[in-house]
Design a protein around this ligand. Structure first.
Ligand code: 6PG
Length: 244
């Protein structure tokens, strides 16, 4: 049955390894479609820890399997690339470096290039230059225990940004100033894929999946593709009882 864009699909897996196996299948399927259609695959990588297993799986593919791929960041902490909290550092260590991805295929948030606002503008300009109006093919996202996704945190003005592709977020519930893609970019994506694991997420997932969930309180609930599909891959620990 074709999934309509507005209804996220939820799929539950026994554990985070099975979740990562499925995520790999879906990323490779999206890549094959994009490369066949346009000769390139623009993939947005999430930060955090859950996607690390997927990134390690991708890094073990034969290098030619990643030919034509372009790697982007969904969000970044406003820290230098060598900082232990840098999402780029995690992505480089788990995927880019071991896979030998060429620098030309990596589009990272240039956190040392100026103020947070200048960095956001520079990253947005690279998206405009590289994609020339095309949407991202696949956006990988996670969800924090507070319901945030990318660096779109509850109660921040970043949630209201509808004109810019990239904005600055100043969360009060997490460290660092952040640079993040905005909702319009996520909504324009051909596909959004959430990777959510761990029992610390279950309560928020239950609230978020409840029909009465107020989207403004759950940014992750608003991160839906409007042109394609949105799928949540959850492990059993994070999945509400009704979905297990
Ligand atoms: C970040 C991430 C963030 C992450 C969630 C979930 O910069 O922290 O982009 O949005 O996806 O916080 O993180 P875990 O996967 O580590 O639970």
């Amino acid at each position: 049955m074709k999934q309509d864009a507005s209804t996220p699909q939820h799929v539950v897996f026994e554990d985070v390894e099975a979740l990562a196996d499925e995520a790999l299948v879906r990323v490779l399927e999206a890549a094959a479609r994009a490369l066949a259609d346009r000769g390139r695959f623009d993939l947005v990588l999430s930060g955090g820890s859950t996607p690390r297993r997927l990134y390690q799986r991708l890094s073990r593919l034969a290098p030619e399997r990643l030919s034509g791929w372009h790697f982007w960041q969904g969000d970044e902490r406003f820290v230098p690339p060598e900082h232990p909290d840098s999402n780029l550092a995690m992505v480089a260590e788990s995927l880019l470096d071991p896979a030998g991805v060429s620098p030309e295929s990596v589009h990272s948030v240039p956190t040392t290039a100026g103020t947070p606002e200048e960095v956001a503008r520079l990253y947005a300009r690279e998206i405009e230059d590289q994609l020339a109006g095309e949407p991202f093919d696949l956006v990988l996202l996670g969800m924090g225990a507070d319901g945030h996704t990318a660096s779109l945190f509850p109660g921040t003005s970043a949630l209201d940004e509808r004109d810019e592709l990239v904005t600055v977020a100043r969360p009060t519930t997490a460290p660092h100033v952040r640079i993040t893609l905005t909702f319009p970019v996520l909504e324009a994506a051909r596909q959004v894929l959430f990777l959510v694991a761990g029992d610390d997420k279950r309560e928020k997932v239950e609230e978020l999946f409840a029909a009465s969930a107020e989207p403004s309180l759950y940014p992750a609930a608003r991160a839906c593709s409007r042109r394609g599909t949105t799928t949540w891959l959850l492990d059993r620990a994070a999945a509400p009882a009704a979905h297990s």
